[in-house]
Structure formats: structure tokens, C-alpha cells
Design a binder for this molecule. Structure first.
Ligand code: TYM
Length: 325
């Protein structure tokens, strides 16, 4: 069985972008893959976090990953900091990664922009991500388009290490959806929807139906009246059409046909209905998981299984690099 690994940062409210770009693929892959999913709290520390909020969000994100439709008996779900091997391998891979590679990353440049000081963690972020993936000899990494460059670096690090020290790591493949890999922000369709932006810009997985309808009602559309997919000329409308099509499980072409001759107001209202139908079962399962206290238990078991699964690779890396083991 092929191995799958992916991570989600507990750095804000999970959005419909996270769901359509990543979590939905997790639920499909769990059927016939060995899956490891991780709440990457150490990654969140690369930007300032309020400690109590980070703790609460870590549990919330774990609950939402499960509520997206994952079966805790089939998958391993854990918190990154509970498995020290991630931080250890990250340090070891520091020795085979070049600062030039890190400073070229577009996410680093975006996040560093306008900051007075830049932490070393923000620069080294992709090394920790490579460690996450390589530790489990992962074959496939389901992510949105924004993580593609980080994944390419993880592949480069794996290949370099294997060449220098002998075959150790599996070189992972990205698993990026054809539609929905970059859901745009509601208030600015030229940007990706992000959980760390203002609430108006995203639909959170835990937003109540009236909030979803209000946010979509205010979403930036484009001049003209036609509901038609045209990513260049009509990025706002095209983004909402994509969200609608994915929520209803249909092609964008079919979605377009549903709105032929209809105006933006009806369009937005219908998109809100489709989004709310998608979110309702997730929110119900989230409440069930959290009220039963099951999430904590899943994370404890997950950390044990992840530690076991990663120990051999970490030992091999240490030996190959010349540490006394
Ligand atoms: P994060 O926490 O920003 O996002 C979690 C997942 O959601 C995807 N995503 C989106 N997809 C479509 N449209 C959007 N607007 C959108 N926003 C986010 C992301 O691509 C991601 O798949 N660095 C990662 C976390 C990570 C990781 C890993 C991922 C750490 N280690 C190892 C894979 C493997 C991140 O910040 O994702």
C-alpha cells in the first residue's frame, strides 16, 4: 500500500480552501492508502502565535480534519510536536539544504515582506516540511497548489541525500487536485483564500449558514452580469463557480449551465446553499468528535503510531551522517 502524508497548520480558522484543496483529497486517499495526517504546530511557530490560542487551534484543527470525513481507525492523525523525530530530522536536513534554496521560496518572500525582523524559522520552514514527509517514506503528498514549490524542495533534498549517503528516502510525488487547488479570497480574487487573513476573505469550516450567506453576498464579483467561467476576465465569478461545482460534485461547465441567464444575486445565494450543504455534515461530525472527547484520544494513539513508523528512518539517517548511535 502506498504511503500518504500531509500537514495542516493550526494558525487560524480552517477554510473551505483548505477543505477543497486538501482535506477532501485526504478522505478519498484513506480508502486505499496508508495515511499519516499531522497538525503541524511547530510550523505555526515560525510566525508569532498567542500560546493559548495555538493550543486551542491545534485541537480544533485535529477535530476538523477528522470531521472532514476521516476514519480514525484507518488513518494516523497526530500533532507534530508530539513526535520529536520531526524536529530532529529537520536539524539533520539543515546540513544538506542551501540557504539560497530557502530564500527563493515564494511563500517565504511573501511572508517576510514588510516585517521588521524575520525569524530563522520562517526561512527554514520548508526543511521541517521536508522532514515531515521524508520521515515516513511517503509516496504521495496531497496539497493545494501553494505548497508545490515546497514539495519540489523536499524532493530535491531527498535526491541529494540519497546521492550523497546512499538510498534512504522515498522521493515523494505531489497530489494536487485539477480543480480547487487554489481557491481565491472572497474580497480579492487575485489572492489565495488564507486562514491567516481577515475573516471577510474566507469561509471558515465552522461558519454558521447565515455568516456564509453574508460573506458570499459581499464577495467581490466582476463587472458585467453574466455568470461565466473566465479566470482572467472574471476571477471573482470563476472562483465562486469553482467552489459551487466542487460542493455539488459537478464539472465547472455544468455549473456554468446552471446559472445561464441568471444574475449575480441568485448566483451568490445558490452558491451559499451549496456551501452550507457541504459544511453541515462536517460541522455535525465536528460537534460529535469534540463533545465525546475523542479527539484527544485519537491524537495520543496517533503520536504513538507515528513515532513507531518514523523511528527506523531517523536512525538510518543518523547512522549514515556519522552520528554515534
Ligand atoms: P496550510 O496549513 O497553509 O494549508 C493546509 C492545506 O490546505 C491547502 N490550501 C489550499 N488549497 C486550495 N486553496 C486554498 N486557498 C488553500 N489554502 C490552503 C494547502 O496547500 C495545504 O495542502 N506547509 C503546509 C503544511 C505542512 C505540510 C507538511 C503539508 C507542513 N508539513 C507536509 C504537506 C506535507 C501549510 O502551511 O499548509
Amino acid at each position: 500500500m502506498k504511503r500518504v502524508f500531509s500537514g495542516v497548520q493550526p494558525s487560524g480558522n480552517l477554510t473551505i480552501g483548505n477543505y477543497l484543496g486538501a482535506l477532501r483529497q485526504f478522505t478519498e486517499l484513506q480508502q486505499d492508502h496508508e495515511c499519516f495526517f499531522c497538525v503541524v504546530d511547530l510550523h505555526a511557530l515560525t510566525l508569532p502565535q498567542e500560546p493559548d490560542t495555538l493550543r486551542a487551534k491545534t485541537l480544533e484543527v485535529a477535530g476538523l480534519i477528522l470531521a472532514a470525513g476521516l476514519d480514525p481507525k484507518r488513518i494516523v492523525l497526530f500533532v507534530q510536536s508530539h513526535v520529536p523525530a520531526h524536529a530532529e530530522l529537520c536539524w539533520l536536513l539543515n546540513g544538506v539544504t542551501y540557504t539560497g534554496e530557502l530564500s527563493r521560496m515564494t511563500q517565504y518572500k511573501d511572508k517576510a515582506k514588510g516585517r521588521k525582523v524575520i525569524t530563522a524559522g520562517l526561512l527554514n520552514y520548508p526543511i521541517l516540511m521536508a522532514a515531515d514527509i521524508l520521515l515516513y517514506r511517503s509516496d504521495l503528498v496531497p496539497v493545494g497548489a501553494d505548497q508545490k514549490q515546497h514539495l519540489e524542495l523536499a524532493r530535491d533534498i531527498a535526491i541529494r541525500f540519497n546521492n550523497r549517503f546512499g538510498n534512504t528516502f522515498v522521493v515523494p510525488e505531489p497530489f494536487i487536485p485539477k480543480v480547487g487547488a487554489k481557491i481565491a479570497a472572497l474580497d480579492d480574487p487575485s489572492k489565495k483564500m488564507s486562514k491567516s487573513d481577515v475573516a471577510e476573505s474566507y469561509i471558515a469550516l465552522l461558519d454558521p449558514p447565515d455568516v456564509v450567506a453574508a460573506k458570499l453576498g459581499r464577495a467581490v464579483t466582476d463587472s458585467g452580469r453574466e455568470v461565466r467561467y473566465d479566470a482572467k476576465e472574471k476571477p471573482g465569478v470563476s472562483n465562486l463557480l469553482t467552489i459551487y461545482a466542487l460542493c455539488r460534485g459537478m464539472s465547472v461547465k455544468k455549473a456554468e449551465a446552471d446559472f445561464a441567464g441568471l444574475g449575480y444575486a441568485v448566483f451568490k445565494k445558490t452558491v451559499a446553499e451549496a456551501v452550507n450543504e457541504t459544511l453541515r455534515p462536517i460541522q455535525t461530525r465536528y460537534r460529535e468528535f469534540t463533545s465525546s472527547g475523542a479527539v484527544r484520544q485519537v491524537l495520543v494513539e496517533g503520536a504513538g503510531r507515528a513515532a513507531e513508523a518514523s523511528s527506523l528512518v531517523l536512525r538510518q539517517v543518523k547512522e549514515k551522517m556519522g552520528l554515534l548511535v
